[in-house]
Design a binder for this molecule. Structure first.
Ligand code: 5AD
Ligand code: SF4
Length: 432
């Protein structure tokens, strides 16, 4: 979501006559986009402002946007010296106003206001992070209030974009040569637009599965979506994937813990039994759907036996990948008020143990691709070898393969020959 916010801010700046500087040193304005999901991310801002201030002779204007900006607001001016303006998560359409205010009246401008009704969600083509892959927000904010999470406070309530706008955006991107779109949002499957516009002719059990069918009908080559929320994960999503080849075979479904006791204290609104049922449905698909998740270890009150339940769940689900985090207390969240009785050493021990188990599972999972042919979007030259290209499979695996740069932007069939830690290596490229 932050990458997508940055792309839209860059687009609006360019449309108003600004130029995107080729490097930090030549910039007159530096915008720092921030995350506050975990404490570590927040610390980065403090370090970065210091770095910019000390390494630049011409003293660029510094603006802060993103979740830290929204949560801290004007207090940032006192906490970190050298910041000129602060722009909240919904005020990103008004960055030029902030720059103008600093030029006219000096530092100290902040805007934490709401998003404009006519906010332009599209990204101009040159500002996309890749010419072939585009992120499309379909819902912003979050109403779930998991007890550990700051997002509902930093990003506000859920608001879904009209399907007709989303479909128009996809069609435009397709005509510009974009091959893959990612429908993004904190909880994409909680999608609930206020109008049926764009969904009229698309059946489905939920607005999200109807949207998936509507976007599939645009004919864009590949569609991925994340993140999904377990409670709102209707089996019809899997049916939509089964029906449409261009809906990719990848589901990211954060479970957070394998213990019902912990899930309840996290206020996740799903049980392990219900989660396993969804996994069974996903696994029953004829497509080989890759499954990834997020897990928090060391949540307050997590006993050794709760943690062992998480290990059991990981062994049951055999995730293709998992982002594992140590619980990080976030001021302002309900969990912050609970005594954190799992020591940092114990959190680290559980993190390492789970990471090791998950790594073994995913390495074994990856072996299933060896000898198989995967459809890969050739996105860029590989960072490791100049003769190789790199891209993602439909199951969202990184695949490196021998290939000519002429293939960039096309979808190719790659025969997988080797598993290298987290990625796949292949040769025998043929046009898909
Ligand atoms: N501590 C640790 N991890 C967190 N996440 C969200 N809030 C916290 C927190 N306070 C993780 C969750 C979420 C992912 C984006 O970040 O696993 O799914
Ligand atoms: Fe945070 Fe929970 Fe919302 Fe995800 S669903 S953004 S974890 S509050």
């Amino acid at each position: 979501m932050n990458v997508s916010d940055s792309e839209r801010v860059a687009s609006s700046l360019v449309s108003k006559g600004f130029e995107i500087a080729p490097d930090e040193d030549s910039a007159d304005v530096i915008l720092l986009n921030t995350c506050s999901v975990r404490e570590k991310a927040e610390h980065k801002l403090y370090t970065r402002v210091g770095q910019v201030r000390s390494s630049h002779t011409k003293k660029p204007m510094i603006g802060v946007m993103g979740c830290v900006a929204q949560l801290e607001g004007e207090t940032l001016f006192n906490k970190i010296s050298g910041i000129d303006f602060v722009i909240g998560t919904q005020a990103v359409g008004r960055v030029t106003r902030a720059i103008k205010s600093v030029l006219d009246h000096g530092p100290g401008f902040s805007d934490l206001g709401e998003r404009e009704a006519d906010y332009d969600w599209s990204v101009s083509f040159p500002q996309l992070h890749s010419p072939y892959v585009a992120f499309i927000p379909i819902i912003e904010g979050c109403n779930k209030f998991c007890t550990y999470c700051i997002v509902p406070f930093s990003r506000g309530r859920e608001r879904s974009l009209p399907a007709s706008d989303i479909v128009r955006n996809v069609l435009q991107l397709r005509s510009r040569g974009v091959k893959e779109v990612h429908l993004i949002g904190q909880n994409v499957n909680s999608y609930r637009p206020t109008t049926d516009s764009g969904l009229e002719t698309f059946p489905g059990k939920t607005p999200f599965s109807r949207l998936l069918r509507a976007v599939a009908a645009t004919g864009i080559e590949r569609i991925k979506f994340n993140t999904s929320f377990p409670r709102d994960f209707h089996p019809d999503i899997v049916d939509a994937i089964d029906e449409n080849e261009n809906l990719c075979n990848w589901v990211h479904l954060p479970v957070q813990s394998g213990s019902n006791h912990v899930l309840k204290r996290m206020r996740r609104l799903h049980s392990i039994e219900r989660y396993q049922k969804i996994i069974d449905k996903i696994r029953s698909s004829e497509r080989d759907i890759s499954l990834t998740t997020d897990i928090i270890v060391g949540f307050p009150g997590e006993s050794r036996s709760d943690f062992e339940d998480t290990i059991k769940l990981v062994q049951y689900c055999k995730f293709d990948s998992a982002y594992i985090f140590k619980y990080s207390p976030r001021p302002g969240t309900p969990a912050y008020e609970i005594t954190d009785d799992v020591s940092l050493e114990e959190k680290t021990r559980r993190f390492r143990e789970l990471e090791r188990i998950q790594r073994e599972i995913q390495t074994a999972n990856l072996q299933r691709y060896v000898g198989r042919s995967l459809s890969v979007l050739a996105e860029k030259r590989s960072a490791k070898s100049k003769d190789d290209l790199s891209g993602h499979s439909t199951c969202h695996r990184v695949v490196n393969f021998r290939g000519d740069t002429k293939l960039l932007g096309s979808v190719v069939d790659v025969t997988i020959t080797e598993v290298k830690s987290n990625s796949l290596y292949g040769k025998g490229v043929t046009a898909a």
